[in-house]
Ligand binder design. Structure first.
Ligand code: ME8
Length: 508
């Protein structure tokens, strides 16, 4: 069984989870579930980034010890992930002793290679990015990513990491491994950045007490990115030898704002420590409302608990990946527009296309054949199912999740079209069409069974229920799909899979 270790960014513990976090975790969960579906031994890690100035400032603003704040937020994030059915195997928190030990071990190892030196830093620091900024990176004296935050001038004696020494090795690695940074837009951005050469960066902070103590350096903590990035190895047991059972990771999933940390700093740290680089870093796009920052009142309309409540967790998962391409940004004009689109998508794709197909097909199989579907020949719909499966598999393996989802839904749309064109109720009246009716019904059940399996990564609970309603037991893995198709539909269900919503969309 091949191993597949995947991770997401660990989220900052300075506020509640939002739709951007949910989008990333759901997308990563779709990848994890897809890899399990194709029979791989998946290890899926998410977690919390709990140290640094940003978290310390929030705790101070709330007049609380930072540990108390991060403990509370970790519970809050995990409860949302549970409600969304995120199937992670581990939840790493950077305040855990296993993490602290791993970070210190990695810093010592990098120190041993001679890549750390003491120097003085004088310049700007953006707590939003948790990063030092060159003057040229600022716009009107502010960080363009966090224009609402004051940018702070800092002057401190730090440990520095010789990042500049890795420029050429990084360029060579990226050029020789086109799969290392994806999608390609991100790869090009990083190559452009490397063309300009790299500055060395701080590895410690002497003015931020909330962090992992820097080894043998009283008063210094490990710079928060130097602390956060190694979560990918601390979670699998670094520096214990067993960590290499999982390392290198197959995939790091992160947002486009932090590709530089993952495609430049992290690989340089790994190279310095003599560790392998991850196979792929995927930098997904951003969900935006009204072009950028959400106002507080708009944000409250998009509270995750309410969004999950609105049409259930599967519908929210579906909506996020149907509407927001996995490789690009998506801007909704307003929170109201987001909700309206959510309601429309729910009704059109899930209640109408998928839900109705299931109802109509089950009803016809029961009415005309007592639920037993047998085939003597393939139909046009079978051809569509075969090509849909192939398109799905290719898209999913290349992490084009929105295309994978569309390939699955194209089978659903084709099956509905097939019912309309074949008119099974007419075939049932004509004794000469008995075989044709058998084949049509069998193809419909096959379309539904196939989509139940391949939609499992996106809508895990409803997909399992679909499979059951078709007479299946446990959802099979993808390679066993053909052999395990249900052939007897057990009976009618008195509930529908996705009840239609009729209410006006809006904030409530
Ligand atoms: O960056 N749309 O944490 P974070 C899509 N702790 N994705 C978004 C988003 C949006 N509107 N807003 C944020 C951090 N994200 C660091 C990561 S990893 C070693 C440390 C994504 O809470 C963002 O790109 O600010 C990142 O991948 C993740 O959410 C966590 O963001």
């Amino acid at each position: 069984m091949s191993r597949y270790y995947l991770t997401t960014a660990i989220d900052y513990s300075n506020g509640d989870p939002h739709i951007g976090h949910a989008y990333e975790k759901v997308g990563a969960d779709v990848v994890a579930r897809f890899r399990r579906l194709v029979g791989e031994d998946v290890h899926f890690v998410i977690g919390m980034d709990e140290h640094g100035q940003k978290v310390a400032q929030e705790a101070a603003a709330q007049d609380r010890p930072p540990q108390e704040l991060v403990d509370e937020l970790a519970v809050r994030f995990e409860s949302v992930w549970q409600r969304l059915n995120i199937s992670h195997d581990d939840f790493i928190r950077t305040t855990e002793p296993r993490h602290t030990q791993a970070v210190q071990a990695l810093v010592r190892r990098i120190q041993d290679t001679g890549d750390l030196y003491r120097d003085r830093y004088e310049g700007y620091y953006c707590t939003g990015c948790e990063a030092f900024k060159r003057e040229a990176e600022l716009e009107d004296g502010r960080c363009p990513i966090h224009p609402s935050r004051e940018i702070a001038w800092t002057d401190e004696e730090n440990w520095f990491f010789r990042l500049s020494a890795y420029t050429d090795r990084l360029v060579t690695h990226i050029e020789q491994h086109p799969e290392f940074i994806q999608p390609e837009t991100r790869r090009n951005e990083i190559l452009r950045l490397l063309e300009g050469g790299l500055d060395d960066i701080s590895a410690s902070r002497s003015r931020v007490p909330w962090g992992v103590p820097f080894p043998d350096e009283e008063g210094h903590t490990v710079y928060v990115w130097f602390d956060a990035l190694p979560n990918y190895i601390s979670a699998i047991g670094y520096p214990e030898a067993g960590f290499s059972d999982r390392w290198p990771a197959a995939l790091h999933i992160i947002g486009k704002d932090i590709t530089r940390f993952h495609c430049v700093i992290w690989p340089a740290m790994l190279l310095s420590a003599g560790l392998d680089l991850p196979d792929t870093v995927w930098g997904h796009g951003f969900v935006k409302i009204g072009g950028g920052k959400l106002s507080k009142s708009e944000a409250s309309l998009l509270d995750l608990d309410q969004l999950i409540e609105r049409h259930g967790p599967d519908a929210f998962r579906y909506f996020l990946l149907r509407e927001i391409p996995w490789d690009r940004d998506r801007d909704f004009p307003s929170a109201d527009a987001f909700l309206q689109q959510f309601d429309e998508r729910y009704n059109s794709d899930l209640a109408n296309d998928l839900g109705n197909l299931l109802n109509r097909s089950v009803a016809m199989a029961l009415k005309y054949r007592d639920g037993v579907v047998t085939r003597s020949a393939a139909t046009e719909l079978d051809t569509v199912i075969d090509s849909g499966l192939e398109a799905y598999d290719t898209a999913m393996r290349e992490h084009r999740l929105h295309e994978g989802l569309d390939a699955a839904m194209s089978i659903v749309r084709a099956a509905n079209g097939f019912i309309d064109s074949e008119q099974p109720w007419k075939l049932a009246k004509d004794p000469a069409q008995e075989d044709r009716l058998d084949n049509v019904l069998a193809a419909l059940v096959r379309a539904l069974a196939t989509t139940a399996v391949i939609l499992e990564p996106f809508i895990p609970t409803k997909a399992a229920e679909m499979w059951k309603r078709l007479g299946g037991d446990e959802l099979p893995s993808l390679e066993h799909l053909t052999g395990e198709l249900p052939t007897t539909v057990p009976g009618r269900w008195d509930t529908v899979l996705f009840p239609r919503v009729e209410k006006e969309s809006g904030g409530g």
